[in-house]
Design a protein around this ligand. Structure first.
Ligand SMILES: [Zn+2]
Ligand SMILES: [Zn+2]
Length: 243
């Protein structure tokens, strides 16, 4: 299933790479690094979004790729474009942690906006520098964009590397259990393994957070990993949890 999904995603990955390469988010690396050294996140995600110009042409390209990949029908794609959704609002809504819409077309539109938002912030984070810039970072929020991590990679031993759900920055976690609880092992933590996906869904009823854990080995493109595990997010969201 994993290889089929990766193959199916090829047109989307091409547009994602093109947006990543074309955009020029206004990051001042010197300011960004100084902020990180002071324990502040490197840049403001919404300001970065505003510095990247018109999102609509990119949105149209992503929706085209969705249709080629078979994720959206021709009529649904046209209906989404005709509905004149505010793409900036969709991306900003994702930044600020809105819920997955129930309506199918709105959900696809949001998915397309996420592809764009992720590419723009990923480009911004690349400009901040290499992960060594934030190697002493100990906070739970992303050192670059301030987002929450959605995936944790297990390395040798118990060490975990967190991945920002918005910009894909990776940083070491000082905590083993729940990221939200300020104690080593929260009593509310449940771990549900999904061997088929190769993930463990870590949920905390004490603070209402969840995280998807997997070994670092064999990690696919993050766009694909998130598509494969969308059902885990949905299951956690239905329990009222957030990343
Ligand atoms: Zn981030
Ligand atoms: Zn917790």
């Amino acid at each position: 299933m994993r290889s089929a999904t990766a193959e199916q995603f090829a047109p989307v990955l091409r547009v994602h790479a093109a947006v990543l390469g074309d955009c020029t988010p206004a990051v001042d690396p010197e300011v960004a690094r100084k902020r990180i050294a002071q324990g502040q996140v490197a840049y403001d995600a919404l300001k970065m979004l505003a510095s990247c110009g018109d999102l609509v042409p990119r949105f149209i390209r992503v929706l085209d790729a969705f249709e080629v990949a078979g994720f959206v029908s021709n009529s649904d794609r046209r209906a989404i474009l005709d509905s004149e959704l505010d793409v900036d609002d969709l991306v900003a809504g994702w930044f600020t942690g809105d819920r997955t819409p129930r309506d199918c077309r709105r959900r696809i539109a949001r998915q397309a906006a996420i592809v764009i938002g992720n590419a723009l912030l990923r480009a911004a984070t690349t400009r901040v520098g290499a992960p060594s810039v934030w190697k002493t970072w100990t906070r739970v929020v992303c050192p670059c964009c301030g987002g929450s991590p959605d995936i944790a990679l297990i390395e040798r031993g118990a060490e975990r590397t967190l991945i920002c759900a918005r910009c894909d920055a990776q940083w070491r976690s000082p905590r083993a259990g729940c990221l939200g609880c300020d104690i080593a092992e929260s009593p509310g933590v449940a771990r549900i393994a999904n061997p088929q996906l190769g993930y463990v869904l870590v949920m905390c009823s004490a603070c209402g957070r969840f995280l998807k854990e997997r070994p670092r080995r064999g990690l696919d493109s993050l766009v694909v990993e998130r598509a494969i595990t969308a059902e885990l997010d949905l299951a956690a969201e239905q329990r009222g949890l957030r990343i």
